[in-house]
Write a protein that binds this ligand. Structure first.
Ligand code: S3P
Length: 168
């Protein structure tokens, strides 16, 4: 199977759906944030604080280049990965880009207890999420081959929909 890149805002379920797809459809999985944390030996929060966002963004691009040499991977991207045109080009050339959508309220419910999301840590609110989301939405939409609404759907329903739409 060719690669699947799951993109979308923080808290849209990229990691959970990637795990489900890997388990049930025999794909290998890469969680980009987790991989970067493991390799750097520290949290995303601390990478942003000590080395800066640009360092993290370059790390993401380099990791993506590495992943794009492989096949049969489901990749849980960071929420900001599709903000770089170079990343979008890489993903579209090496697999199917699947956008997971959710409302700001659903997202808030999923991320409100997290302290490891530097872009939300200082302002964890539905309003701030909605604002960031409206800036990002055009880029997410433009990057996606397939768009899936995830609100009130189970992991199984979302994953089956992804596989069904890729097979079309
Ligand atoms: C980010 C999303 C995070 C992580 C970092 C930046 C973003 O990933 O990469 O905090 O810019 O939206 P998740 O979407 O997995 O939370």
């Amino acid at each position: 199977m060719s690669n699947i890149f799951l993109i979308g805002f923080m808290g849209t379920g990229k990691s959970a759906i990637a795990s489900y797809l890997a388990r049930n459809y025999g794909m290998n999985i890469i969680e980009m944030d987790e991989t970067i944390e493991q390799r750097e030996g520290t949290t995303i929060n601390s990478i942003f604080k000590t080395k800066g966002e640009e360092y993290f963004r370059d790390y993401e691009t380099n990791l993506l280049k590495e992943i794009c040499r492989e096949d049969n991977y489901v990749v849980s991207c960071g929420g900001g990965t599709p903000m770089r045109e170079e990343n979008v080009k890489l993903m579209r050339e090496h697999g199917t880009v699947v956008l997971l959508n959710a409302t700001p309220e659903t997202i808030y419910g999923r991320v409100c207890h997290s302290h490891n999301r530097p872009l939300l840590n200082d302002n964890m609110s539905v309003e701030h999420i909605a604002e960031l989301l409206s800036v990002r939405r055009p880029k997410y939409q433009a990057a996606a081959d397939i768009v899936i609404d995830t609100d009130n759907k189970t992991k199984k329903a979302i994953s089956d929909e992804i596989i069904h739409r890729i097979a079309k």
